[in-house]
Design a protein around this ligand. Structure first.
Ligand code: AKG
Ligand code: FE2
Length: 370
């Protein structure tokens, strides 16, 4: 294979697109490449050097906040304030003691690992099925291909079309979606209480209704210094609930430094997306994060459930909650509709594009969601 770096100059660009197309059409994914015996990464995976020069996490002993949900019974308001504080400073926290049995968590990871990892020769059926769900999101609009494989399923409306979910992990996927919906409902109530608005406010805005499940697998990478698992981005939706296995790799930007999110068995990572930053009028922050290419033999598995508003007509407007606005706290964003957001181009490395899209300069906003 010819040496091709990231798509600068036209010739390189043509060659890059050709090779990326070949890779995409083969539907083999990164796992398939590894199974075919590659010991170095094909050059289409090489990320630009500016994205690779600060891969080391901060040497300061920083950790994203941990919220113990079992303490909610004793002091609900305290937990609501912890959530608000975590979201306004970090945009992230890990939740523990959330009530989801550890066996369910282990079975979920096992089922998704099975989907991504079954080798093609051992079990044809699993491989064929995996190929039929192959997705490499906007590969040609990215700077380079990422060293990961992903499964994407729209889990709402519930139940989703049967054929959109792989057989090998259908049962676990549907169960996980229910667990996440229920945990998210509790967290959204606490978020509202932390903001000082009515507990059901986000639910009533249909914020639990539209869910997308992304299951990523980051297989071993022989040259992790040259590529990324998932480049720097912010999530576009409202809220993301993420399960990770014991293999680290996720980093969050804090104070201009990258902080590693240490795997805690059974914990769920929760983070603010662009839409929630807008709705909270900047009280919650949508924060940059990324995943390094995995240097370990064990694959990194993560399962993200992304929540979005379910009312998606041209006439359904969302924007900063009016209860949060005052003379001293004017609205910082204009209203938006979901079709408008969906119409906006998306790649794996978008940073705050929706926040920027809706930001208004000057004071006040023209229209307010109600
Ligand atoms: O795989 C991970 O740990 C993070 C995934 C992520 O950030 C995303 O899907 O938006
Ligand atoms: Fe993300």
């Amino acid at each position: 294979m010819a040496i091709v770096s990231a798509p600068f100059g036209k010739e390189y660009c043509d060659e890059w697109v050709k090779q990326a197309k070949e890779y995409d059409q083969s539907k083999m994914g990164v796992k398939g490449l590894l199974d075919s015996g590659v010991t170095t990464i094909p050059s289409i995976f090489t990320h630009p050097s500016e994205d690779l020069n600060d891969l080391k996490p901060s040497s300061r002993n920083l950790e994203i906040p941990i919220i113990d949900l079992s303490m909610m019974i004793n002091d609900r308001l305290k937990i609501a304030h912890q959530i608000k504080e975590s979201f306004s400073s970090w945009g992230f926290f890990q939740v523990i003691n959330h009530g989801i049995p550890i066996q369910v968590i282990e079975e979920t990871i096992k089922a998704f690992k099975c989907f991504h990892e079954e080798p093609m020769i051992k079990d044809r059926y699993v491989w064929d099925e995996k190929v039929s769900y192959y997705s490499n999101f906007n590969i040609f609009k990215s700077k380079a291909v990422n060293w990961k494989d992903s499964l994407r399923v729209l889990t709402s409306p519930n139940p989703p079309e049967k054929e959109t979910i792989p057989n090998v992990c259908r049962k676990e996927l549907m169960a996980w979606d229910e667990y996440m919906k229920s945990l998210c409902e509790t967290l959204m109530e606490l978020m509202c209480e932390g903001l000082g608005v009515s507990s059901n406010r986000l639910k009533e805005l249909s914020c639990l209704q539209m869910r997308k499940l992304l299951c990523h697998s980051y297989p071993y990478c022989p040259q992790p210094d040259l590529t990324m698992g998932l480049p720097t981005h912010t999530d576009r939706g409202l809220l993301t609930l993420l399960l990770q296995n014991e293999v680290s790799g996720l980093q969050v930007k804090y104070d201009d430094e990258w902080v590693e999110v240490k795997p805690i068995p059974g914990a769920i990572i929760v983070n603010v997306g662009d839409l929630l930053q807008i709705i909270s009028n900047d009280q919650f922050k949508s924060v940059e994060h990324r995943v390094l290419a995995n240097p370990y033999k064990e694959p990194r598995i993560s399962v993200a459930v992304i929540f979005n508003p379910g009312k998606c007509d041209e006439s359904d407007y969302y924007g900063p909650l009016p209860e949060l606005l005052s003379q001293e706290n004017p609205g910082l964003y204009r209203n938006f509709t979901i079709p408008e957001i969906l119409g906006h181009e998306q790649t794996d490395n978008c940073v705050k594009i929706i926040v920027d899209l809706c930001k208004i300069s000057g004071q006040g906003i023209e229209e307010i969601a109600n």
